[in-house]
Write a protein that binds this ligand. Structure first.
Ligand SMILES: [Zn+2]
Length: 389
C-alpha cells in the first residue's frame, strides 16, 4: 500500500447525492472493497467541491479517529442532521423556498408563526424566471466574468440558514486546522470567474465555515458567500471534480467519487423547467472537463511508460516521450509522475422525489447504500479506472 500522503479522496458536488460519497467511504475505510485488496484504505488528502467540500471538511475535522469511525460519524450527521426528521419542519440542510410539502407537513403546521415568516420571505424570490436565469448562467458560452455580473442580483432558491447552521455545527474549525489529513477545497471567485483552492491553514477565525458554504453556493440556488474582500460561489462552476487540487497536494493515487452516472448513461429528457433538471444540466456541463483531466493523466502515464521502455532498450525517442508527459502534466498543473485514478460512479441516476435537493430520510439511506454497493463491487475495467502499472 502506498504511503497515505500520496492517496487522495476526491469528492464532487451534487446536493443530497453527497450521501453517495459517505457510502463509498464506509466501504473503502472498512477494507471491504476489492480496490485496495480488501484492506482499509489510508487517505492523506481529502479534496472536495460543493457538498463534497462539506464531506471532506468533516473527514479532515474528525481525524482524531480512524477513518472508518470518521466516516461513521459523518454518516450519522447525514441521517440525523441533514435528513428530514419526523419531528422537525423541513430539512436540516436543503430547504427549497416555498416547498408545497411544507403546507401539508403536520410538523410545520405546528409552527404557524415560523411558517408564516418563511412564506413572506419566500414570496420575494419565487418564480420561474429565476430558474430560467440560472440555467442561462450555467449554459452560457460567455466568459465567467460576463456570466457572473449578469446574475449578480438574483436571490437564492434555497434558504441558506439551515445549511449555514449545519456547517457551523458539523465539525470544529480548529480540528481541521490541526488535522493529520490534508484538506483541499475549491470555490469559485465570483468576480474573477476562477477556481480558488483552500486548505487546512485557511480554517481560522470562522473562515473555514464560510469556505465550505462558499464551495457549495451554487449560483441561483444558494446566495454567494463573502470571505474577506472577495465573494465566492460553488466550486463546481469552475471545477466540480477537484482533481487538480488533489494533484497539486502531491497525490498519485486518486479515488474520485462522482455523483452522476457516466454521461453516456444519463438520460436527459424533458424541459429544463425543474430545479433538479437545472442542476443536472449544470453537472453535465462539467463532465466534459473532468473527462479531459483524466485523459491528461492518461497521457502522463503513457509518456512515462514510453520513456521506461526506451530506457530498457526500446525504440521510442526518450525526449519525445518525456515531453509528451510534461505537456500533459502542465495542462493539469501537476508533476509528471505515474498517477492511478479509481473512479466510483452511480450505476444509474440517483433519484428521490425532489432530485438533488430531496433530503427525505429514505432517499438519503438509498443513496448511501448505492455508494456502499459501488465500492463493495468496484471493477476497474467497468469504471474506466486509470491504472499506473
Ligand atoms: Zn479502480
Amino acid at each position: 500500500m502506498k504511503p497515505r500522503e500520496e492517496t487522495a479522496l476526491v469528492l464532487s458536488g451534487g446536493g443530497v447525492y453527497g450521501a453517495f460519497e459517505v457510502g463509498v467511504m464506509k466501504a473503502l475505510f472498512a477494507g471491504a472493497s476489492p480496490v485496495n485488496g480488501y484492506q482499509p484504505l489510508d487517505v492523506g488528502i481529502f479534496s472536495g467541491t460543493s457538498v463534497g467540500a462539506f464531506n471532506a471538511a468533516c473527514m479532515a475535522g474528525f481525524s482524531q479517529q480512524n477513518e472508518l469511525d470518521a466516516a461513521l460519524q459523518l454518516e450519522s450527521i447525514w441521517l440525523e442532521r441533514i435528513a428530514n426528521r419526523p419531528d422537525v419542519c423541513g430539512s436540516g440542510a436543503f430547504r427549497i423556498r416555498g416547498t408545497p410539502s411544507e403546507f401539508i407537513d403536520p410538523n410545520c403546521l405546528r409552527q404557524p408563526v415560523a411558517l408564516a415568516g418563511r412564506m413572506a420571505r419566500d414570496g420575494l424570490v419565487l418564480g420561474r424566471y429565476l430558474l430560467g436565469r440560472s440555467l442561462n448562467f450555467l449554459a452560457s458560452p460567455a466568459p465567467p466574468m460576463d456570466r457572473v455580473t449578469s446574475t449578480v442580483n438574483i436571490e437564492s432558491l434555497v434558504d441558506p440558514l439551515p445549511f449555514q447552521d449545519l456547517v457551523n455545527h458539523a465539525f470544529r474549525e480548529e480540528d481541521v486546522l490541526n488535522s493529520t489529513r490534508n484538506l483541499r477545497l475549491v470555490a469559485t471567485n465570483w468576480s474573477m470567474g476562477v477556481a480558488e483552492y483552500f486548505k487546512n491553514s485557511d480554517f481560522v477565525n470562522g473562515e473555514g465555515y464560510e469556505i465550505v458554504r462558499a464551495s457549495a453556493a451554487l449560483p441561483g440556488v444558494f446566495p454567494p458567500v463573502k470571505i474577506r474582500a472577495n465573494t465566492y460561489v460553488d466550486g463546481g462552476v469552475t471545477e466540480n471534480t477537484p482533481l487538480n487540487s488533489a494533484l497539486s497536494a502531491g497525490a498519485t493515487e486518486l479515488h474520485v467519487i462522482y455523483l452522476n452516472p457516466k454521461p453516456q448513461f444519463l438520460p436527459l429528457k424533458g424541459q429544463p423547467d425543474t430545479l433538479d433538471t437545472m442542476l443536472r444540466v449544470f453537472y453535465l456541463l462539467l463532465a466534459g472537463r473532468i473527462e479531459q483531466d483524466v485523459a491528461n493523466l492518461r497521457q502522463i502515464n503513457q509518456g512515462l511508460q514510453a520513456l521506461a521502455k526506451f530506457q530498457e532498450g526500446g525504440n521510442v525517442p526518450a525526449n519525445a516521450a518525456l515531453s509528451f508527459a510534461r505537456i500533459a502534466a502542465k495542462a493539469l498543473g501537476s508533476s509528471h509522475q505515474f498517477v492511478t485514478v479509481h473512479r466510483y460512479y452511480p450505476r444509474g441516476v440517483l433519484a428521490g422525489e425532489f432530485g438533488m435537493l430531496d433530503s427525505q430520510l429514505q432517499t438519503i439511506v438509498n443513496v448511501m447504500e448505492a455508494g456502499e454497493s459501488i465500492a463493495l463491487t468496484h471493477d476497474c475495467e467497468e469504471s474506466g479506472c486509470l491504472l499506473a502499472e
